[in-house]
Design a protein around this ligand. Structure first.
Ligand code: AKG
Length: 240
């Protein structure tokens, strides 16, 4: 995994270009249930196997079979990234962003084991990662954009379709992440993109003059919810 570590960003964020093939991407896009979307004002999402209860507990149910190959299988083979997670991986949040849509800077918080894997499908986007300020150490949830804070360190991570991003360690606990609500990401270069050297197709962005028009993007964010209600923990134990 060391070869995939994004330099300069707080430790540890890994980027793997072409984590899945174009055929696998098409299979995943076909498999996402069309009747489970929850519309939000700026995007839509669905949670598999279900949303967490009010006290951040997951009800007992396995992840759908279509996530097993290639996504879960391949994640399990990544040098024990989820090795310390109590159940392996038991939750997948699916976000869909149309051009111009994004997500406010936030942290994923304490409901999850502090490792998150994001598989990107469809379009490219820039994830903005920023160092939390003291004032951001509030309870987990959606936070105001900290980019106006003087001296706040930020990094840009370009997520190509079919890539995998893994965030853990102090990057999980000490940073916020968000996606700007814009139609096009601009000024993409080795000087402005933290994972430039790890991109699968840098030339594509160079040829576009450092610009990338947003297209519909779907992300699968895979995590381990720490609290599973009693029966579930026994029936659907560690996914390894
Ligand atoms: O779509 C993404 O890449 C980010 C999703 C995200 O921030 C989240 O699910 O908490």
């Amino acid at each position: 995994m060391e070869a995939h570590l994004i330099p300069a960003v707080p430790s540890s964020v890994y980027y793997i270009a072409d984590f899945i093939t174009a055929e696998e991407e098409a299979f995943l896009l076909r498999s996402i249930p069309s009747n489970r979307w929850v519309p939000l004002s700026h995007r839509r999402l669905q949670a598999l196997p279900s949303r967490l209860t009010t006290n951040n507990t997951l009800l007992p149910s396995p992840l759908p079979a279509w996530l097993e190959h290639p996504v879960l299988e391949r994640l399990k083979s990544l040098d024990g990234m989820f090795g310390d997670a109590p159940h392996g991986i038991n939750h997948c949040l699916i976000n869909e962003y149309l051009p111009g849509q994004g997500i406010m800077p936030h942290e994923d918080g304490g409901a999850y084991h502090p490792v998150v894997a994001t598989v990107s499908l469809g379009g490219s986007t820039v994830l903005k990662v920023s160092q939390k300020r003291a004032a951001d150490s509030a309870p987990a949830g959606t936070l105001e954009d900290p980019s106006s804070g003087a001296g706040t360190k930020t990094w840009r991570i370009l997520q190509e379709p079919r890539s995998l991003l893994i965030t853990c360690g102090s990057a999980y606990t000490e940073t916020l992440h968000g996606i700007a609500e814009i139609m096009e990401d601009v000024d993409l270069s080795e000087h402005t993109v933290a994972n430039w050297s790890l991109l699968g197709d840098r030339q594509h962005f160079v040829a576009q003059g450092g610009r990338s028009e947003r297209e519909t993007r779907i992300s699968l964010t895979l995590r381990d919810v720490k609290k599973v209600s009693g029966l579930g923990a026994k029936l659907f134990g560690k996914v390894r």
